[in-house]
Design a protein around this ligand. Structure first.
Ligand SMILES: [Zn+2]
Ligand SMILES: [Zn+2]
Length: 456
């Protein structure tokens, strides 16, 4: 019985993990690295062979967990893929969008084998998707392995998965957030009875600010937006299309309701709008806060832009003063709506750019954060730099638990073994050091490519 990371490098990227429970073989997640291309962006799936898995589990619909699923399914066409209803709905949207993005990248970047899969293949893959609810166990294979989903917070539909096997119980956390967000509930994970915990380590390299509260952060955001609007500027909030866009919309709605913000037009990008529509369709069926609240119909204080036509999603949105632009991508990657929009936004001192999540230092968002006021910043390698004259503020509305909260959880759960995944090396090392010192009897292992870890 063993666990093996299928990532090509120890990092957050093409997440995919093999569990071999004495011959019952299950793969959890099948991601694609957002910054790499072609084979370099994919998990190491070749050693799994063909048609040789008993089950695939998808924890949630972010592309670093989902992006290569049709390729894995191409090799294992008869394997059932287990996920929640919300994850299935959102994954369908994300994968079709991914085909469109890869199709444009074929032209722009000269990637001749793109798209790596087609719309027809996505449709075919969905035939094997098998929907499961929270806390209702189901069999995988026929050798006594049972899987159970637990709400992981994070984004709509996200789960942690527990495997009960004849030789022990394993919990894979997925991406997890214990604190309530505006829409996502806090995670509700098992409190005992786990032998091996596979734990995400995203925020392991940054300590918790002891004075941090989500409500305090929301008040600070409202203050920055009010100031910006008063001086005749607009606010740009770069957001991930799935999760962060919807959380920020409801947060803005609540700030208007409580009188902390004036009613202000809000503009959204194309993919975010599609994801909002899916949240609305699922509003009574998925685990979430504000059940029944429809983002696209019932936030009358927010005035949405029309949904761009298919294929025009990345066309430039015109700038206007006195508005909030919540545009993807969150890291302002080249050729995305937020990146294009920034060309007409950054050099205006009346405006404020508000970051609300993580930005890789190498990404355009990371470069902006590291550029002093008044200096030029490059948004796209092939275009002129833009002078950074607008205000820049950063806020913490992460969808991941901070490291102290995950540490508390690991102490409470008392597993015999912890396997660390989904973190950059310094983050993984902090968790290994800290969790080993907390409970010397517990084996804490950083997962490495090509390294099977025994689970027995
Ligand atoms: Zn995620
Ligand atoms: Zn992730």
């Amino acid at each position: 019985m063993f666990f093996q990371s299928l990532l090509p490098r120890p990092e957050i990227g093409a997440n995919s993990f093999l569990f071999d429970f004495d011959g019952t073989r299950v793969v959890v997640d099948s991601g694609m690295h957002p910054k790499h291309f072609g084979d370099d962006a994919l998990p190491l799936h070749e050693p799994l062979g063909f048609d040789a898995l008993d089950g695939i589990v998808l924890t949630h619909a972010h592309l670093d967990h989902l992006g290569s699923l049709p390729l894995l399914q191409r090799r294992h066409p008869r394997t059932p893929v287990f996920m929640t209803e919300a994850t299935a709905h959102l994954s369908d949207i994300m994968l079709h969008n991914s085909v469109n993005v890869m199709t444009s990248q074929r032209e722009e970047l000269g990637l001749v084998n793109y798209p790596l899969f087609t719309h027809d293949e996505v449709n075919e893959a969905t035939q094997q998707w098998s929907l499961r609810g929270m806390k209702r166990g189901f069999e995988i294979g026929d050798r006594g392995v049972r899987a159970t989903f637990f709400d992981a917070g994070h984004v709509l539909g996200a789960v942690a998965v527990q495997f009960d096997t004849p030789r022990g119980t394993i919990l894979h956390s997925g991406d997890v957030h214990f604190e309530e967000q505006s829409i996502a509930t806090g995670a509700d994970l098992p409190r005992s009875g786990v032998d091996t915990l596979v734990l995400e380590a995203t925020r392991g390299d940054s300590p918790r600010d002891p004075s941090y509260t989500r409500a305090g952060e929301a008040r600070r955001l409202a203050g920055v937006i009010r100031e910006t609007l008063k001086r005749g500027g607009s606010v740009l909030i770069p957001v991930f299309a799935l999760g962060k866009s919807q959380e920020i919309l409801v947060l803005l709605h609540q700030l208007v309701q409580s009188g902390e913000l004036p009613s202000t037009p809000v503009f959204l990008g194309g993919l975010s709008t599609k994801v909002c529509a899916a949240y609305d369709e699922l509003t009574h069926r998925a685990t979430r806060l504000h059940r029944g609240l429809e983002l696209l119909r019932e936030l009358p204080d927010l005035q949405f832009s029309a949904r761009p036509k298919r294929g025009k999603a990345r066309a430039r949105l015109p700038y206007r003063p006195g508005a909030i632009f919540a545009l993807s991508s969150g890291m302002m990657s080249e050729n995305t709506v937020s990146n294009e929009f920034a060309f007409q936004f950054l050099d205006n001192p009346a405006n404020t750019l508000c970051f609300v999540g993580y930005a890789d230092p190498e990404s355009p968002a990371g470069r902006i954060r590291n550029t002093p006021h008044g200096y030029p910043v490059r948004l796209n390698e092939n275009r002129e730099a833009v002078d950074l004259r607008c205000g820049v503020e950063s806020f913490d509305f992460s969808g991941h638990s901070d490291r102290e909260r995950l540490r508390e959880y690991a102490r409470e759960l008392q597993p015999r073994r912890i396997i660390l995944v989904h973190g950059d090396p310094p983050a993984l090392e902090w968790f290994q050091r800290t969790l080993s010192a907390d409970r010397p009897g517990c084996e804490v292992i950083i997962s490495q490519p090509h390294m099977p870890i025994p689970l027995g």
